[in-house]
Write a protein that binds this ligand. Structure first.
Ligand code: ZN
Length: 241
């Protein structure tokens, strides 16, 4: 008989999700890569339709373990540090698209009335949702919205996307195969108002950019203005193929 994960977590001392050595949710050394400054993602050959993407961490080592523990092993309390990291990538996106107000005149819209960023998470595949029992990107996006609001930004989350058809697991696929696997896979949920709105697509990791490009395509098709994308981590470029 196997015990539910939640029960095991109650009876066993918690170990760091990054190194599994230190006690607690996340040790200082493993949390460190999540706190470096946000940077723009530069993929080799640009993927058509991929919005300018900002990220924080390199996907590897403890960061990979932390994201997997949150995503696949139900350590949902990791949504807090991951969501805080995501919020910084969103802030970098907002800063990149914000245009300086020209001239000495005050802006027509008072800052407190200016619309804040609208975060649209890339949805989990339905099979993954059933297996995991939660949508990790949704959960991180919700935390990121709370962090941004606490910082005075009128951020909102919008679960605007859903899967239109099943897709194969992206792991092990080449960039071209990933794009083909995802083409037309997402759609905007009917009656969710995205037309004319500026949105930022958010996800946990950018690898080839295929997921973010497909999300952006579906949102644009529904009339949204995709101003950028933000992720917690990015897979380092593989050189020479
Ligand atoms: Zn650790």
């Amino acid at each position: 008989m196997s015990l539910p994960t939640s029960l095991i977590q109650l009876v066993l001392p918690e170990r760091c999700a990054g190194c599994a050595l230190a006690s607690g949710l996340l040790c200082a050394a493993c949390a460190m890569p999540l706190t470096v400054p946000a940077r723009a993602v530069r993929l080799g050959p640009g993927l058509p339709g991929l919005p300018q993407t900002w990220t924080v961490a390199d996907y590897g080592g403890p960061v990979r373990a932390i994201i997997a523990a949150h995503k696949e092993r139900g350590r949902t309390s990791l949504a807090r540090p991951l969501g805080a990291t995501l919020s910084r990538a969103v802030l970098a996106t907002v800063a990149a698209v914000a245009e300086p107000v020209p001239g000495p005149d005050p802006p027509e819209q008072a800052p407190e009335q200016a619309p804040g960023p609208v975060l649209v998470p890339v949805p989990s595949a339905r099979a993954a949702l059933r297996r995991r029992g939660h949508d990790p990107t949704h959960r991180m996006a919700a935390v990121a919205v709370r962090v941004l609001r606490a910082g005075g930004l009128r951020a909102t989350g919008l679960g605007a996307l859903r899967q239109r058809r099943p897709v194969a697991d992206q792991a092990g696929l080449t960039a071209g195969e990933r794009a083909a696997n995802l083409a037309g896979a997402l759609e905007v949920v009917p009656r969710v108002p995205v037309a004319g709105r500026g949105v930022i697509v958010v996800d946990d990791v950018i690898t080839t950019g295929a997921s973010l490009a497909e999300a952006a395509r579906a949102l644009r098709q529904a009339g949204a203005l995709v101003v950028g994308a933000a992720t917690v981590a990015a897979t380092p470029l593989r050189r020479g193929g």
